[in-house]
Design a protein around this ligand. Sequence first.
Ligand SMILES: NC(=O)c1ccc[n+]([C@@H]2O[C@H](COP(=O)([O-])OP(=O)(O)OC[C@H]3O[C@@H](n4cnc5c(N)ncnc54)[C@H](OP(=O)(O)O)[C@@H]3O)[C@@H](O)[C@H]2O)c1
Length: 357
Amino acid sequence: MSIEGSAVTYTEYGTDIPKLLHTTNFKINPDAIKSNQILLKALATPLNPADLSQLRGGYNDSPDIQLGTEPNKEKKPLHVGGNEGVYKVVKSGSDASQFKEGDLVIPKLPSFGTWRSYAIAEADNLINVNGLTVEQAATISINPATAYQLLNNYISDWKSGDYVIQNSGTSQVSRYVSQLGKLRGIKTISVVRDGKSQQEIDELKQFGAEHVISHSEFNDENFDISKYTKGGNVRLALNGSCDSTVANLVKSLSNKGQLVSYGFLGGADIKYSAQQQFAKDLITRRFWLTANTYADPQGKVDTIKHLVELYGTGKIKDVPYNKLHYKQGGSEEISKELLQGLSNFKNGKGKQVLFYD
Ligand SMILES: NC(=O)c1ccc[n+]([C@@H]2O[C@H](COP(=O)([O-])OP(=O)(O)OC[C@H]3O[C@@H](n4cnc5c(N)ncnc54)[C@H](OP(=O)(O)O)[C@@H]3O)[C@@H](O)[C@H]2O)c1
């Protein structure tokens, strides 16, 4: 019997996202799965800022994806949104028996087109994440992996008591940075936008932040980081927003510190003092998980393995996010649910994850 699936698709790139995205329904005949293929049922697929950049085009462009076991009916290349998600194995082909029915899996490479209720994948593009909860598995691939690589890819000789300073201190990425840092004895200073409540600040500290500083305090011309570090070494500054705090992140770095930029929700430029760069011999880098994953897929698998272990042993905990629900064959189309998530995200309600009932 064939399976009915639905996907959030687009055939053109652009900025008017509600107009771009459509629902495409498709059918999968489980008997037509090839020997190296796996049939997957979606459990949860997030909406990340990078998914929106992808829809605009020119950033990790999405391939044409065949949705069902028959070729797509559309004449134009059909793109499926989403880069992250968790699936349950429904059926494995005879040459893909390393994956068993019921296994939890995530895509290894970006541009999988995760916003679909069913998918057919090849075994070598899947990572087994059995042992995680669905909530953890849904979002392990991007934010925790980014935090893990940000802490590990640039400084190899961390010493207990060293500092990392980061803007976007409320973000998902930064909450994983604080947790992972603390496990290694690295102290995190998180800079957050003004207006956060004491409860929000306390929550960031529960996720491991040593200090939480508001933009106004941090950007004051008399601000001096040694008030917090007491002479400790600030070796890494993580710039997740390219906003007004970058100059002071750089000012806060110790000699030979590194500024690593990985997001630009707050601005298009990175500006800081050349004098600081010269005086302290700073290194500036960009981080892009997508590029790292294409360049070194095994590195991504290893990152996920470490994180699965840390979740499994309770050394890191999930960062909460907002859940949306989609029911195959229900009253709401999958693209409408996803657009609701987009609207929530734009209204400051944080990370959105679509769960498949
Ligand atoms: N380079 C990579 O490989 C990579 C991987 C993962 C994520 N990222 C990027 O990392 C960033 C964080 O991702 P996430 O999923 O962790 O995000 P998230 O949980 O949705 O958090 C977004 C963060 O950005 C802040 N923010 C939003 N608009 C801003 C603005 N106009 N000016 C300054 N700050 C602003 C938010 O502050 P408030 O709480 O005050 O709203 C919050 O701290 C995003 O830019 C994302 O694209 C990059």
